[in-house]
Each structure stands twice: as structure tokens, then as C-alpha cells.
Ligand binder design. Structure first.
Ligand SMILES: *Cc1c(COP(=O)(O)O)cnc(C)c1O
Length: 232
């Protein structure tokens, strides 16, 4: 068994354990393997171990890997900051975008989404920790943005995504993920049909699953730490 395949198993086990401990069906939580900064070979190894959904943060890097992996039926998720001059390749090549924070960007994605493909699945990124340096719409502006995005023809608003302030404290992690969960519940009460909470990474996925995550985005726990010698 390769390092990547055993790491995938370990992450899957972590998700299942915490899901069961809080009475959730582990099948409700999808694992998105974040492959940014890792080469196509690492993605191929993860695919052989059963992983099909991959997250990328940089458009050029992702397109290069897609070209090398065109023989595999992979589902690509864009999770990085979106520059307006990159909306076309994102709309054409990805199945999901987790990081929409402006209506203008969502409009461009909708316009550029090819007719032959299903609508682009979209999550709004919310700045739950309200850090000035962080991407994401402010929580109190999320309702307006959600209405605007939900009205676009070629994107399908699925839910919310957040990258909270890093914290080693479990209660603090839960509190931040809880803000996103409550916001999703509020949007549902407003009549929006949403099913996705994209939250939790390598170091805080337990807290995220306990707060209702339906997608966890995990990089280093699968592929290894990106800094220093990348041994996978
Ligand atoms: C890199 C990244 C991740 C994965 O982080 P890890 O700590 O390596 O699991 C998840 N989400 C986003 C948006 C990222 O940029």
C-alpha cells in the first residue's frame, strides 16, 4: 500500500469516527482531496486508492494537471481566490467552485459556463472569523449575495464554505464552524435550497464534521506537508 493510500484510509477513518460519535451517517461527509502543489502522479495514486474529487487553488497549475490526467474520470473543485480574468477556464473545466465571494465573479462564471455542461456548482466563501486579511463575504452580506447568485442561470448555488482562523482549541474551532452552519440554516429559512457546508481541513476536520460539514477539504493529511521536502 502506498503512503497516499494509507493516508486516505486514515483520513476516511477520522471522518467516520467523528460522524458516528455525533450520530451522523459517515456517508453524508464527502472527502475532497486538496492536491494543490502536488504533481499529477500524486493525484493518480490517490485515484487508484479510490479518491475521485480533487481541489485546486491555482488555475494554471490545475489546467496543467488536468491535461496530464485526462484519462481519469476526476471531479475538479476550484477552492482558491478567483481573479476575474480567470473565470472562463474555471467555468469551463471545473465541476465545483467553493470560493465565490462577489456577485460580479459569479455572473462571469455563469456567463462562461458552457451550455453542454450542467450548471457549475457554487459555494459562497464566508469570512466567519472576520479577519481583514481573509477572503470571503462578511456573514451579514451573505444573504444578499446568496440571492444574487441563486438567480443566475448557469451556476447552481449549493452552500457555504469557510476557512476559519487557525486555532488549536477544539471549542474555538467548533464555534467558528457553527457560525457557518447557522448561516446556512438562515439561508434555508429564506427559501434557498442548499445542501453543502464545505468546512474542515487536515487539522480541524473533527470539529467541522461535528458542526455539520458535508465536504471536508483535506490536503496535507493525505499528500504530506507542502513545506520542505515533499515526500508525500
Ligand atoms: C490548502 C487548502 C486546504 C487544505 O489544507 P490542509 O491543511 O493541507 O488540509 C483546504 N482548503 C483550502 C481553501 C485550501 O487552500
Amino acid at each position: 500500500m502506498t503512503a497516499i493510500s494509507s493516508a486516505l484510509q486514515a483520513v476516511t477513518r477520522r471522518i467516520a469516527e467523528v460522524a458516528r460519535a455525533c450520530g451522523r451517517d459517515p456517508g453524508e461527509v464527502r472527502l475532497l482531496a486538496v492536491s494543490k502543489a502536488w504533481p499529477a502522479d500524486a493525484i493518480r495514486a490517490a485515484y487508484r486508492a479510490g479518491q475521485t474529487a480533487f481541489g485546486e487553488s491555482y488555475v494554471q497549475e490545475a489546467l496543467a494537471k488536468m491535461a496530464q490526467l485526462g484519462d481519469l474520470p476526476l471531479e475538479w473543485h476550484f477552492i482558491g481566490p478567483i481573479q476575474s480574468n480567470k473565470t472562463r477556464p474555471i467555468a469551463e473545466r471545473f465541476a465545483w467552485v467553493h470560493s465565490v465571494e462577489r456577485g460580479k465573479i459569479a455572473e462571469r462564471l455563469s456567463l462562461a459556463r458552457p451550455e453542454g455542461l450542467p450548471p457549475l456548482n457554487v459555494c459562497l466563501q464566508v469570512n466567519v472569523s472576520r479577519e481583514a486579511s481573509k477572503s470571503g463575504v462578511a456573514p451579514e452580506q451573505a444573504v444578499d449575495l446568496a440571492r444574487q447568485v441563486a438567480a443566475l442561470p448557469r451556476v447552481r448555488l449549493r452552500g457555504l464554505m469557510a476557512i476559519p482562523r487557525a486555532s488549536a482549541d477544539y471549542r474555538e474551532q467548533r464555534a467558528q464552524f457553527g457560525v457557518l452552519r447557522e448561516l446556512l440554516e438562515q439561508l434555508r429559512r429564506e427559501g434557498l435550497r442548499l445542501d453543502t457546508l464545505s468546512m474542515g481541513m487536515s487539522d480541524d476536520l473533527e470539529a467541522a464534521v461535528a458542526e455539520g460539514a458535508t465536504v471536508v477539504r483535506v490536503g496535507s493529511a493525505i499528500f504530506g506537508r507542502r513545506t520542505g521536502a515533499a515526500t508525500g
